[in-house]
Design a protein around this ligand. Structure first.
Ligand SMILES: [Zn+2]
Length: 225
């Protein structure tokens, strides 16, 4: 039986890695300095590097079921997402935080149904998105709206992290709410001015948080509320 995964590892090392060798060596010598914390759903169809054109060293990535943000108060117990946010903001000093949900999200759909009793952790985790639920039958339009509402809900929870809030308010960090439509290959970005999601092809910015106007990467405020 050929081990396909082993073949892929060898192919990466032999064929792909040589063209990146210098880049990775520099990232080892100088350390990583990613400017973006990308918090995305674990869904295999969401490929952050493809979407953003980012390469090695550019994205500090956190992925979990639903792209959810646990509360800062630790009430959800030990959590890797919370630890990653603290590390990215305090140690790496990222300038942007992207929260990226997507169409056909299994986590959002699961919130409208029963979760298996064998998955108590998943059930508890989904509590982080339940506020976004709509009191309707979960048809395609309701699911899409719920996916988008969940992104905004997570941005709001992110603002409860003191180190995030203070930096957003001082213009050091910008928040970006994204909803990726898999079948269109297009990200819809949250716009605080309209309270809705705008396709990237029609938006004049790459998304805003729930409270703050779009902040340019150098901290300059482009749009006043
Ligand atoms: Zn998902």
């Amino acid at each position: 039986m050929p081990d396909e995964l082993l073949d892929r590892l060898r192919r990466f090392h032999d064929d792909a890695f040589p063209q990146y060798r210098q880049q990775f060596q520099a990232l080892v010598d100088e350390g990583q300095h990613p400017t973006t914390l990308f918090i995305g759903c674990s869904d295999s169809r969401l490929v952050p590097y493809l979407l953003t054109g980012a390469g090695p060293g550019e994205l500090f990535l956190v992925r979990n079921v639903g792209a959810f943000i646990p509360p800062y108060d630790g009430s959800h117990g030990h959590h890797g997402t919370t630890a990653a946010i603290e590390f990215a903001v305090l140690n790496l000093k990222v300038r942007r935080i992207v929260v990226c949900g997507h169409s056909h999200c299994g986590a959002i759909k699961a919130m409208y149904g029963e979760v298996s009793p064998e998955a108590p952790n998943l059930n508890h985790w989904l509590d982080l998105g339940r506020e976004a639920l709509l009191p309707m039958q979960p048809g395609p339009e309701v699911l899409r709206r719920t996916e988008q509402r969940a992104v905004v809900l997570q941005l709001e929870r992110l603002m409860e992290y003191p180190m995030v809030r203070s930096r957003v308010q001082s213009g050091q960090i910008s928040l970006h709410g994204w909803h990726y439509v898999i079948e269109d290959g297009e990200v819809h970005v949250f716009d605080v001015q309209t309270g809705g999601f705008v396709p990237a092809s029609q938006s004049d910015h790459s998304g805003t948080g729930p409270y703050q106007p779009y902040v340019e990467h150098d901290g300059q405020v482009l749009v006043d509320e």
